[in-house]
Design a protein around this ligand. Sequence first.
Ligand SMILES: [Zn+2]
Ligand SMILES: [Zn+2]
Length: 172
Amino acid sequence: MKIRLDDIPETGRQVTVGDAAWFPEGDWELVGPVAGEFVVTRQGRRATVAGRLAFAVRLACDCCLEPFVYRHDGDCRLDFEFLPPGDPYWTAADHQCPESELEVVALSEPEIDLGEALSQQVVLLLPVKRLCAESCQGLCPVCGGNLNLTACACRDQRPASPFKVLARLKNK
Ligand SMILES: [Zn+2]
Ligand SMILES: [Zn+2]
C-alpha cells in the first residue's frame, strides 16, 4: 500500500483499505475484517490521508484477564511531509516535527507507506487501560475467582479490620 506523492492528483484520490496484511502484531487478535475509506490529498511536499477506519480486536481485560472484543470505528487523519535528504530534520538530535502543532510523519522518500502508517495508528488507538467493562469486578485476591461470574465467600470470611480482631482478643 505505497502511494507516491506524484501519483496524487490535485483533486485528491480515493483509497479503500480492505485487507489486513499491514495490521500490527501484538498481544491482541484481529477479529473480522478491517475497513478503511480515505481520501488522499496533496499540497506540494505535504500529503494528508483522511477518512474512516474500523476494526475489532480481542484483548485481555487488565482486571479479570478474560478476553473481550474492543471495536474502533472512527475518523482517522494522517499527515505526511516529504523531507529530502539533507533536510535539517534528519540530522537533528531529537526528531521534532517541523511544525509541532501537528503530528506530521516525515517521509525520506516522496512516497507514503500507508500500511505502516495505519499500523502505527492502530497501536495508538488501542485503549491504555483495557477493561472488559467499566464495572469489572476483577479477580478475588484470596481464591482467584472471577468476581464478575461468581460471588465467592472469601470477603465475608475475612475480618473487616485487623484492629477489631485485636480488640476481640484483648477482651478475652
Ligand atoms: Zn474484566
Ligand atoms: Zn474468593
